[in-house]
Ligand binder design. Structure first.
Ligand code: MG
Ligand code: ZN
Length: 192
């Protein structure tokens, strides 16, 4: 489901970064869910990372699992407020998200949108056009990498959040954080 922007966006054929939220853009809470807007804290280098990615020509599209809704830890309205705080906090730093999609379900619901299922990515891709061939997924968990694999995209791991565990298990090259990743990916405005 989409929570931002209010109206269905129309993407115009540029590549996208499909960004995980907790542990990638903002701090995760160890063993706990973010269930209040006040608990959402950006990583210090995240706004700069997102500005750099946008400047390189990528759409910034957040895809986030929020099973805390389905588990009854927060209402959909509170989850929405948390996501809008993310949008606002970043905007205040000059970083503008293009869209935020979330899955409210628990693993037991068997939905098609909880990562690593591809439903959220497909929902985004159905809003106009996205250059998927040059898009990638960025996240701190194996489920983010698995999402990328299932969607046929590149997946990049960051070492923030749960990234160290994920990197240890997968043996995959990982970036210190989202800014290190943003510096490493190609500028897609110039290349075609
Ligand atoms: Mg995460
Ligand atoms: Zn779902």
């Amino acid at each position: 489901m989409r929570c931002w922007p209010r109206r269905k966006p129309v993407f115009r054929g540029t590549p996208a970064v499909f960004l995980d939220r907790d542990g990638t853009i903002n701090r995760n809470r160890h063993g706990q869910y973010i269930t209040l807007p006040a608990q959402l804290r950006l990583y210090a280098r995240a706004p700069e990372a997102l500005k750099l990615l946008a400047g390189k020509g990528y759409l910034l599209i957040v895809l986030t699992n929020q099973s805390g809704i389905g588990r009854g830890y927060m209402t959909p309205a509170v989850s929405r407020a948390i996501n809008l705080k993310l949008v606002d906090d970043l905007r205040r730093e000059g970083a503008f998200l293009d869209a935020v999609y979330f899955c409210p379900h628990t693993p037991d619901d068997g939905c098609g949108c909880r990562k690593p299922a591809t439903g959220l990515l497909e929902e985004a891709a159905a809003s106009g056009r996205i250059d998927l061939a040059r898009s990638f997924v960025a996240g701190d968990k194996r489920s983010d990498l698995e999402l990328a694999r299932r969607a046929g995209l590149k997946g990049h791991l960051v070492l923030t959040g749960a990234g160290r565990q994920a990197a240890a298990r997968t043996g995959k090259r990982a970036f210190r954080d989202l800014l290190a990743l943003a510096r490493a990916v190609p500028d897609v405005k110039r290349t075609k």
